[in-house]
Design a protein around this ligand. Structure first.
Ligand SMILES: C[S@@+](CC[C@H](N)C(=O)[O-])C[C@H]1O[C@@H](n2cnc3c(N)ncnc32)[C@H](O)[C@@H]1O
Length: 312
């Protein structure tokens, strides 16, 4: 039987975009897109019908109303209706266009014809029901960080925790990583990442995609430690995953960690430092931030060698 999906569209002041994305993500919405219409913006997102009750959507709308009032902005107009699986699959696609990210990547919807030539690395993607189209600021921050990291390294083994559509893992391979282990707790994400792996003609040996989290990485690598970690999940989840990240990290491991709102940066940075990570830089885009971290293996007495990030 075909599933039905909620399609929610929210008309608002563009200044509310971040908070709307954040609320939708917390609700589990996927395929989020935004479009500017005059002085306003429309954010659209989709969620399987069975995952949410009508009353929850009304509550979401009240939260958004409260957010707007707190920020002194016009109250957003949220509308929702049910669409069937086929309509869902085609409706959000029309709002998602090819997108250049950083200096080297071009994220390209799978259903568009492949361009004859491009001076960028083509990352073809059909996220299906998974998160990760490249439109979200946190994904973009991670891709920027990855591009910079892999520009200087070769023969790098990477773990992507919470791979979603596989966008970061595939970018890592395109940028030269020798092996990537991608995990996600959501079976739909695993399916999506595997099919995107195939779409980009990457072998299952070079990009391993499995269901799970940090503990699964240890099993997949046979206990070998990784050189780099990508993790773009919400701050609350990252907090719990930090010990697991330390357990899979080699002494020179780096990490690109995002999904963190600016006001959540300090507790996350403190916890990272307690687990022997140095927060080297903090990048921000809109209200979101991304930590570039590395293992604090260079210690002299209790003093660490490394740049402290400004995350207060
Ligand atoms: C915000 S999406 C990121 C997707 C993609 N990596 C990107 O950057 O666009 C977060 C993903 O993390 C997954 N996730 C949530 N908690 C997790 C956990 N404890 N371990 C592994 N994956 C998790 C979710 O299922 C979701 O696919």
């Amino acid at each position: 039987m075909a599933h039905s999906w909620w399609e929610i569209s929210i008309l608002s002041d563009p200044a509310l975009e971040d908070i709307i994305f954040w609320r939708l993500e917390k609700f589990g919405f996927r395929g989020t897109s935004s479009e500017i219409k005059g002085n306003s913006q429309i954010v659209r997102a989709y969620l399987p019908q069975i995952q949410v009750q009508l009353l929850d959507l009304a509550a979401l709308s009240l939260w958004l109303r409260q957010d707007a009032l707190n920020m002194g902005l016009p109250i957003p107009i949220a509308q929702w209706h049910l669409i069937d699986e086929e309509d869902w699959a085609s409706s959000w696609k029309q709002y998602w266009q090819p997108q250049e990210i950083g200096d080297r990547l071009l994220v390209y919807p799978a259903w568009l014809p492949v361009p004859e030539s491009s001076d960028r690395l083509l990352l073809r993607l059909d996220p299906g029901a998974a998160f990760g189209t490249g439109t979200h600021p946190t994904t973009q921050l991670c891709l920027d960080g990855l591009e910079m990291r892999l520009g200087y390294e070769s023969d790098t083994v990477i773990a992507d925790i919470g791979c979603g559509s596989g966008i970061l893992s595939i970018a890592a391979v395109l940028l030269g990583a020798s092996k990537v282990y991608a995990v996600d707790v959501d079976p739909l994400a695993v399916r999506s990442a595997r099919s995107n792996r195939q779409l980009n003609q990457i072998s299952p040996e070079r990009l391993v995609v499995e269901r799970g989290s940090t503990d699964r990485i240890i099993k997949l690598t046979g206990g070998k430690l990784v050189d780099g970690i990508l993790c773009n999940i919400l701050a609350e989840v990252i907090m719990d995953l930090i010990p697991g990240m330390s357990a899979i990290a080699s002494p020179k491991c780096w990490g690109i960690i995002s999904g963190i709102l600016l006001e959540q940066a300090k507790p996350i940075a403190d916890t990272l430092e307690q687990h022997d990570w140095v927060v080297a830089t903090l990048w921000k885009r809109q209200d979101w931030c991304c930590f570039n971290i590395r293992r604090s293996s260079l210690r002299v007495g209790s003093k660490e060698w490394g740049m402290g990030g400004d995350y207060t």
